[in-house]
Write a protein that binds this ligand. Structure first.
Ligand SMILES: Cc1ncc(COP(=O)(O)O)c(C=O)c1O
Ligand SMILES: [Zn+2]
Length: 405
């Protein structure tokens, strides 16, 4: 432990101490990244060691920001399965499609990774109370990890986030408030009050360590593919910390000598009713304009603006990737198709990656033998309200035709 060196601004490159609490760069207001002594990690750790370690994201502890292992707040997050999708591949004429099944994380989404890292570091730095706006799943994860760490948490979420998110936040004892508006409105409503009360702001990318939890998705992919990377990654993008984190992971992995210079093409997918990053990418911009009147059934994608927009767009551009928006109708149909074809009950955000894969095939942007990874970022079971089964009643006297002898 103890390889964390400093925080570095992703824009002005100023360095800041990791021993003090930070949000955005005090000099320019942009996103800070933790930086490690990767030379020393490289000299002291062999990648073959990981196979013998615990099956959680903390197996990569040398590239995680915690100095004292006693501060790690874990519920067993990470090391999620990488599953082949043979039937999906067959339907699309692709031989090597996989899904990274993040729905198996604690609190049912990949948000557990970011919050495990952030809450652990907050504990290490002595935080007693924190606050956060959320589109749903991040709130659930924050509530769970803060409860475990004994940190008081204040959450503000849109009033129409999935019911299960409200239940999770409530049962874990977070002070949870609903707002008529979206995640950015929630953030605004918290800012002044949080400063006044001394609550540490744990908003994604405004807090420098959530991204370190998300980056472990990149480390796991490398390890699960035998220390190589796939050719295409399709990721449902809201605030973008997942894609930004993986892109950071690949740079670190190469510096560590654990992978080569091959990079996946990073494909972002958003909902047609809220697609600020797709619009900015398609228009060749470095920053995204806020999306007006954001609407989609994929609650995690209802993020009209992202502080890390330039980092998301940079990852897509540098990787030679692309971007797609999919409609809610496509998302709902693809949830059903994925479940029926593969037994995978994906969240709507995860199902959106399948729609993007169909678009990639249509646009001939993926070859039959390329390795493709879809990210199912959460469990479909958190979204049961989106599925309306119409099941016939079984009457023994008049059995339905399908059951007649
Ligand atoms: C299930 C799910 N997928 C994807 C996202 C978007 O993730 P990110 O903020 O890393 O872009 C969210 C965010 O709330 C989510 O809950
Ligand atoms: Zn800066």
């Amino acid at each position: 432990m103890g390889y964390l060196r400093h925080l570095e601004c992703t824009h002005c490159h100023a360095q800041h101490s990791p021993d003090a609490l930070h949000n955005l760069c005090p000099r320019c207001g942009k996103v800070l990244f933790p930086r490690y002594d990767l030379e020393r990690v490289r000299a002291e750790v062999s990648r073959d060691e990981f196979a013998r370690r615990e099956p959680t994201m903390w197996r990569y502890r040398e590239v995680m920001p915690i100095n004292d292992p006693a501060n790690i707040v874990t519920l067993g997050e990470g090391m999620t399965p990488l599953l082949p999708l043979k039937e999906v591949g067959r339907r699309l004429g692709l031989r090597r499609v996989h899904v990274k099944e993040e729905g198996l994380n604690p609190t049912g989404s990949f948000k557990a990774r970011g919050l495990s890292a952030a809450v652990s570091k907050a504990k290490e730095l002595g935080v007693r109370a924190a606050s956060m706006p959320s589109a749903g799943n991040a709130g659930s994860a924050a509530a769970a990890y803060c409860a475990r760490a004994g940190i008081e948490l204040y959450l503000v979420m849109p009033a129409d986030v999935p019911h299960v998110n409200q239940v999770e936040c409530d049962i874990c004892g977070a002070h949870t408030f609903l707002i008529r508006g979206l995640i950015n409105d929630a953030g605004r409503s918290l800012r002044a009050r949080g400063r006044e009360q001394g609550w540490f702001d744990m908003s994604t990318l405004k807090e420098p360590y959530r991204v370190e939890g998300k980056k472990t998705m990149g480390y796991e992919l490398a390890e699960q593919f035998g220390w190589s990377l796939p050719d295409v990654i399709i990721y449902p993008t809201g605030g973008g910390t997942g894609i930004v984190g993986m892109w950071k992971a690949f740079e670190e992995l190469e510096a560590l000598g654990w992978i080569g210079s091959h990079r996946p093409r990073m494909v972002i997918v958003q909902a047609a009713g809220c697609a600020p990053m797709v619009r900015a990418h398609r228009e060749g911009r470095e920053h995204a304009e806020p999306w007006q009147d954001a609407r989609t059934v994929a609650a995690g994608l209802r993020v009209p603006e992202a502080i890390g927009d330039y980092l998301i767009l940079q990852a897509v551009r540098e990787s030679g990737g692309t971007s797609y928006a999919v409609t809610d109708d496509e998302i709902l149909a693809d949830m059903r198709e994925l479940a029926g074809a593969e037994g995978l009950f994906a969240c709507p955000e995860g199902a959106a990656t399948y729609g993007a894969l169909k678009a990639l095939v249509r646009d001939r942007l993926v070859a039959a033998d390329e390795r493709v990874v879809l990210f199912n970022t959460g469990a479909g079971m958190k979204y049961v309200d989106l599925v309306r089964p119409t099941l016939p009643t079984f009457e023994p006297a008049h059995p339905p035709e399908a059951l007649r002898a």
